[in-house]
Design a protein around this ligand. Sequence first.
Ligand code: 5AD
Ligand code: SF4
Length: 479
Amino acid sequence: MKENKKDWILPDLKSAQKRTKNDIPIERLVFDLPDVVRDMGKARKYYLRTYGCQANERDAETIAGILEAMGYTMTTSTDNADFILLNTCAVRKNAEDKVFGEIGNLKHLKLTNPDLILGVCGCMPQEEEVVDTILKTYPHVDLIFGTHNIHRLPQLLYQVSMNKERTIEVFSKEGEVIENLPVSRFGTHKAWVNIMYGCDKFCTYCIVPYTRGKERSRLIEDIISEVEELKGRGFKEITLLGQNVNAYGKDLKEPANFALLLKSVAETKIERIRFTTSHPWDFSDAMIDIIASFENIMPYIHLPVQSGNTDVLKIMGRRYSIDEYKTLFVKLKERISDCAFSTDIIVGFPNETDEQFQQTLDIVDFCQFDNAFTFIYSPREGTPAAQMVDNVPKDVKKKRLAQLNAKVAQYALKNNKAYIGRMVEVLVDGPSKKNPEIYSGYTRTQKLVNFKADGVVSGDLVNVRITDCKTWFLIGEKA
Ligand code: 5AD
Ligand code: SF4
């Protein structure tokens, strides 16, 4: 591979951090590829592996759509791939370590197939440190591009594949909101729908506002036409995606907010609507009213608390006290009937004391979450928290995580037990791999159910009687 270093566009976290008041233009691309590019993937296979959150999963569907428009077909094996792309996550160090491990493992494939192209995209390339490491340590990586460069994939791949040039293009500033990119949906009855990109909350531990840029919303009409199109194709469930959906519309000229958007989506009458993630700050009463009043908005809320202690929340930059969180939680529970809740929690934030951690356990006792995603704090270069001196030893952090997980599991089981004997509606995902008589699917409250049935297919909505449960799933029989 040639290296024209002057053509490289490298990441710059400082400029990624800047926010301007400029309106974000919406660009309606007509996605049209020149013939040479359209044929590039003919008889070639791509392997795409995605790490991290739903935003990455949804990006993967666009990447797949673009590659398929270029003639590539998907393969699930790295052994017969012509193009391997790792779509990465930067939220914690262990997510990054996995990717570096995988890049190392893939090296030998280049020996048997010298034409193989290896690419890294997603959130990791947005970090200067990561690109430096790849350049120094992994010369077999041919292509690096960031979260704001996905629409440029055809040109970038052309450069690598045809011009044999090692290519790096990482824009640090978000560009236009781009509509009409091709998409290859991985699901048949459940789909992700982006409603906004980026995050402006700048929680002090979090890299996302740097890797995904400024908050920018899609227009309501574009979102609704995507939902209508999915509904027309037989999709039963959509999940509206944003790092913080409460902020939807704040950047648009036309008055728009998440409550209005949710109402319009509910009026399409698509069977099931979910949304994620809601920040506890700015969760409006209007949103609660809409969630409570439409049958097709699922009663399940992911409400990240992060810590049970107000001082820690303050240092995290979370903008709410633990009492405010509790007040919101109680209000949601009262107003939305039979609502399930999950949360995200970080333990071992710099200098977290035993007492402060105890309050995190207390909030779990108070809310009795159905599920919680729990993490040990991981310093992220460039974020304010990474500058903080941390006196909490690693083994203390590990102990806290284990203690927290035990408590979370205890409430998950308790909540599941309350389902025994109940009849619930389940959206069928498909038969179990091990036993074709057992199907799995999810309740309205996002609980996994494994149940006995025959003659059902994925995408069916069926009633299931719950007969038993485990900590992380319900067991039942189709009624
Ligand atoms: N360390 C640990 N957990 C983190 N999260 C975000 N940044 C970090 C970090 N630096 C967690 C938060 C967030 C979830 C998606 O990941 O809990 O809600
Ligand atoms: Fe990160 Fe906070 Fe934005 Fe969530 S709201 S993506 S935790 S900065």
